[in-house]
Design a protein around this ligand. Structure first.
Ligand code: EPZ
Length: 464
């Protein structure tokens, strides 16, 4: 397993292109199962989770052709937002998403709705829990059953089919569906039900739908394929079912979580970075908290395609700088447009060096605090009280060996390591590779002192 070795105390300065969104690309890739026509996607990030989804789609009978896959170690890659991928479902007889794929990537669950709607049958392994907490799929199942699917659990697999009618292959039927759960809406649950409803007979209304930008991007792809989805981005989505869907050509939105992570990186190192292809329209809650802390986020005219990009609030160029003294804040994670849970750990790292006491409350995954113990090893002063963490700012963090537990906790520890005095070693960085493309290469291009070390090299390990 690889690890990162970071020498702290170096400011980040320079430019970065925000990559295509992992959490938009995954349900969009799954939605290509809704047609037998070719779908062309652009700005698909080169990530471990995306590669896992490619593997799953190939197992489900799709051809997946990745164009311009520049080697990830190539600095030239840093100037592009992602790969172009051509996908076509050619063999529609294979509809089993096996456990050994699903257990590595929970988002595999979002093939369930498309398979069911297009092929009338799906067998998808139940995703397990993960480091951030339970990851139930009861709302997915509730929504698909409301569309007429028969769904059973069989030895860890979700087995779903559309009942035949009059001896002919059945078809899902539109319905009014409430998708709210104890923690609000469900992002991938909305993706599953919305995708399935595009081929249902009649109209489907989803109440308490997720409003995340990634749901909007998926709806835009579905409509480009010929679907009739209205209201995506609001809590009520209406889908008029159609007989079939065609191919499409679609550019994935930039990754708001990656952008928020790099904004925190600029702030924690008292740096000065310019982000291109930045989805500012999806970052208002994050920018609100950063500005309350003392971070300055300003539109920049210096982007290479600035005039063209500025016309799209989801693809802007912004400059991020920070005053020396960070102020403490209150922060509560909520469904979009509230503060995203996926930036909670990164903000906690930043707040460990703010001048005062901050309070972070986690309303989406109440157990999403595994990074607290690791930050404490670096001298952070954090008191966990259930779903709330009280962070008492300290003047400095001290580098130490720490352990990454999940994707966003990995990013949090890298930020802390860059701000700490001395050396920080982060183990199990495979978590990071799931959601951040070339993070160490891109941080080095901004002035960070960070090396990826391959554990298998043993003593005197060489940077890789
Ligand atoms: C998506 O996961 C994201 N993943 C997560 O990002 C993100 O943290 C999460 O949404 C919340 O914003 C992708 O898009 C691939 P949910 P998802 O269903 O859809 C409960 C990252 O770091 N719930 O919106 O699986 C659930 O327990 C990842 O990139 C049910 O109760 O999350 C949670 O408390 C981590 N029943 C809340 O809802 C269900 O059937 C939100 O979960 C489904 C969810």
């Amino acid at each position: 397993m690889d690890k990162f070795v970071i020498q702290g105390g170096h400011r980040l300065c320079g430019r970065l292109v925000v990559k295509g969104s992992k959490n938009a690309a995954l349900p969009i890739l799954a939605a290509t199962l809704l047609t037998d026509q070719p779908v062309h996607l652009h700005d698909v990030p080169a990530l471990a989770d995306i590669s896992s989804m490619f593997g799953l789609l190939r197992e489900l009978g799709c051809s997946v052709d990745v164009r311009n896959p520049v080697p990830t170690s190539d600095p030239a890659r840093m100037s592009i937002a992602g790969d172009t991928v051509h996908i076509r479902a050619e063999d529609e007889t294979r509809s089993h998403a096996r456990y050994d794929i699903v257990r590595t990537m929970r988002a595999s669950i979002c093939v369930l709705g498309p398979l069911l709607a297009r092929r009338g049958y799906a067998k998808v392994s139940m995703p397990g829990g993960c480091a951030i907490g339970d990851r139930p799929v009861d709302l997915h199942i509730r929504g698909l059953r409301a569309l007429g699917a028969e769904i059973n659990l069989d030895q860890g697999d979700i087995v779903a089919h559309v009942p035949k009618r009059g001896g002919k292959p059945g078809r899902l039927v539109g319905a009014r569906i409430f998708l709210g759960g104890p923690f609000g809406s469900t992002v991938l649950g909305t993706a599953n039900v919305m995708s399935a409803a595009t081929l249902a007979q009649g109209v489907t209304t989803i109440e308490c739908a997720a409003c995340e930008p990634e749901v909007v991007d998926l709806a835009n792809l579905l409509n480009a394929m010929g679907a009739k989805v209205h209201g995506a981005g609001s809590p009520r989505i209406t889908i008029e079912g159609v007989e079939s869907l065609g191919g499409a050509d679609h550019r994935v939105i930039p990754d708001r979580i990656e952008a928020g992570t790099y904004m925190c990186a600029a702030a924690i190192t008292n740096g000065d970075i310019t982000l291109e292809n930045c989805p500012m329209d999806a970052l208002m809650a994050v920018v609100d908290r950063l500005e309350a802390i003392g971070v300055v986020v300003t539109p920049s005219e210096t982007g290479r395609d600035a005039p063209a990009l500025e016309s799209d609030p989801m693809r802007t160029t912004v400059r991020v700088t920070c005053s020396r003294n960070l102020r403490p804040v209150e922060l509560t994670t909520q469904p979009h447009p509230g503060f995203p849970t996926d930036v909670q750990a990164q903000m906690m790292a930043l707040l460990t060096i703010a001048d005062g006491i901050s309070v972070i409350t986690e309303r989406i995954y109440p157990e999403r605090f595994l990074h607290v113990a690791e930050l404490s090893r670096m001298g952070a002063r954090i008191q966990r009280q259930g779903a709330t963490a009280v962070v008492s700012g300290t003047r400095r963090l001290i580098g130490a060996p720490v352990m990454a537990s999940d994707l966003r906790a990995s990013a949090c520890l890298i930020l802390a390591g860059m701000a700490a005095e001395g050396t920080t070693t982060i183990n199990r960085v495979y978590h990071l590779d799931r959601g951040y493309e070339q993070m160490e290469t891109r941080l080095r291009s901004l002035g960070a002192k960070i090396e990826r070390v391959s554990e298998k090299a043993g003593v005197g390990a060489e940077a890789v």
